[in-house]
Design a protein around this ligand. Structure first.
Ligand code: SF4
Length: 239
């Protein structure tokens, strides 16, 4: 039984490679937005092992956990590659903190979205500029908004294709892949943090809670995205 599962997972991983290889042929320059979450360990392994021409970047919002920085270093050592780390614009960040305070994101949804816009969305836009498609590790299981996603979508918000090769992977498959290859991963995953973002906006989940319940836990479930995954029309293509 375990052998069948391992074989099926191997086929899924081969499918991801095939999808990304085809996307390279079709779109030319691809960029991977590496979240450093569990799914990112799978995609980093596939990309750096087989498709090194894909650009890999990660956003350091300035509020990440130390464990996330440790993971970034471990990944770079294992693959002897460098992740392009992108930071918020220093001037915009100083103005944000002057306006709303250093933890102003707790005060309202608008303040939280403004913080995410300056610390994540704007650096993301800079990081993907000039590329034809970006790759993300989102999975359908993760949230109601992600359940409706497509493997390839036209991202109207950012003006390029969005490719989600792990959309149909289960969480169990992600961890099976990580363990089979003894990949590094964020130590917080062992402390009931299935989804990890900025430290002040992430907490451990309780038994029975959804996997993303620890992200922006004080908000309604519908608003719990940072703006990198806007609700775009699935499969819509540019004219
Ligand atoms: S997750 Fe929290 S700290 Fe991080 S950018 Fe968004 S609001 Fe700011």
């Amino acid at each position: 039984m375990a052998e069948v599962a391992a074989l099926e997972l191997e086929q899924k991983a081969v499918g991801v490679r095939a999808q990304l290889t085809a996307a390279l042929g079709q779109h030319g320059r691809l960029v991977y937005s590496n979240s450093l979450g569990a799914e990112a360990m799978v995609l980093t392994d596939i990309i750096w092992s087989y498709l090194p021409q894909i650009d890999v970047f990660s956003i350091d919002t300035g509020r990440l956990y130390e464990e996330t920085h440790e993971l970034l270093e471990k990944l770079q050592r294992r693959y002897r590659r460098t992740i392009r780390v992108v930071y918020p614009d220093a001037g915009a960040l100083e103005r944000l903190v002057a306006r709303q305070g250093v933890n102003g994101f707790y005060h309202s949804l608008e303040a939280r979205l403004e913080c995410c816009r300056i610390r994540k969305v704007e650096p993301f836009k800079r990081a993907i500029a000039g590329f034809s498609a970006w790759i993300t590790g989102v999975r359908r299981e993760q949230s109601a908004s992600r359940a409706a996603g497509q493997a390839v979508e036209w991202d109207t918000e950012h003006g390029l294709y969005k490719i989600s090769p792990l959309l149909d992977w289960t969480e169990a498959e992600v961890w099976q892949y990580i363990r089979a290859r003894q990949l590094p991963y964020n130590r917080l995953h062992d402390r009931q943090f299935p989804s990890i973002g900025c430290a002040p906006c992430t907490r451990a989940i309780q038994p029975g809670e959804s996997r993303r319940a620890g992200r922006w836990w004080w908000e309604q479930p519908e608003s719990r995205e940072c703006g990198l995954h806007p609700r775009v029309s699935p499969a819509a293509m540019p004219a």
